[in-house]
Design a binder for this molecule. Sequence first.
Ligand code: NAD
Ligand code: LMR
Length: 331
Amino acid sequence: MAPEPKRILVTGAAGQIGYAICPMIARGAMLGPDQPVILHMLDIEPAKQALEGVRMELVDAAYPLLMGVVASTDAEEACKGVDVAVMVGGFPRKAGMERKDVMSKNVAIYKAQASALEKNAAPGCKVLVVANPANTNSLILKEHAPSIPAENITCLTRLDHNRALGQLSERSGVHVGKVKNVIIWGNHSSTQYPDVNHATIDGKPAREVIGDDAYLDGDFISTVQQRGAAIIKARGLSSALSAASSACDHIRDWVLGTPEGTWVSMGVYSDGSYGAPKGVVYSFPVTCKAGTWSIVQGLSIDEPSAAKMKATGDELVEEKALAMECLGEAA
Ligand SMILES: NC(=O)c1ccc[n+]([C@@H]2O[C@H](COP(=O)([O-])OP(=O)(O)OC[C@H]3O[C@@H](n4cnc5c(N)ncnc54)[C@H](O)[C@@H]3O)[C@@H](O)[C@H]2O)c1
Ligand SMILES: O=C(O)C[C@H](O)C(=O)O
């Protein structure tokens, strides 16, 4: 017998990531090929007609796993009974803008939607924040939805993780499926630290296979840090298909588990592991089992890495203060 359908909320569903992720979810890329889903799509009033267009296309695509679509501009209605919430709604960065420029608009949205989720989501709902500033938006959501356990609120750094895997694959000529265990530490911003010190390529240490420490400590890091900006420059729009695909990867691994011997990067509420600041959402290496994530412990950290991990943590503390200021709250 087929399992009961799971309800998945996508906010900002009429936008570009929304348009890419809804069909992926309906095809089973998020919860697996045997799990029926009901899509809840939320957007704002000015996007109502476009949202209806997406709903019509989902019906037209006749997905076997898609058991229903709720398309709404009312956050309370859209959040009713959802098991997974993918929070994409907000304003994207445009060419020439720093992520901080989008902060004031987006944190206010996350404060407002926290209570809609808290009141209406199914118990145990897993939340993934994609909209930027992703770490700080998810922190604001957590602070304003106190009845949702902190461990159920995460942000997307899997895109950065996948970007790092992709770069190592291109450089080594080894298929990306054989590249494992990079780490994204900290913020989903240009201060993030993509760390290859524990990564493997075809089972061997990445540093040994690449054989070029100057590249790994230089261009590799800046390429991953700046990839979002490079996509904006190339497309005139921020990344969408890769963001959507990585968001599916994030939820799939969280719900169904990470493969044995493999970790992934997730932005989670910091417990201070590896000297990260507490009270912010910081990206760590995690493994997932039975719907829960745990931070991989005991990895050796050299001094240059520790300095980069601190710099991105410091930025998150600053972002938190700025967000609180935008919301008129004390940090
Ligand atoms: N974390 C990541 O890795 C990552 C990657 C790519 C993009 N992003 C971010 O994701 C967000 C969405 O990007 P996009 O390219 O889809 O943008 P987009 O502008 O195409 O779509 C955003 C949608 O959100 C809607 N929206 C605005 N306010 C809303 C609200 N209060 N409630 C519900 N919906 C609302 C808009 O109407 C629009 O349809 C941006 O903040 C972008 O910077 C994050
Ligand atoms: O960098 C951005 O503003 C877009 C997004 O966060 C990305 O990483 O592609």
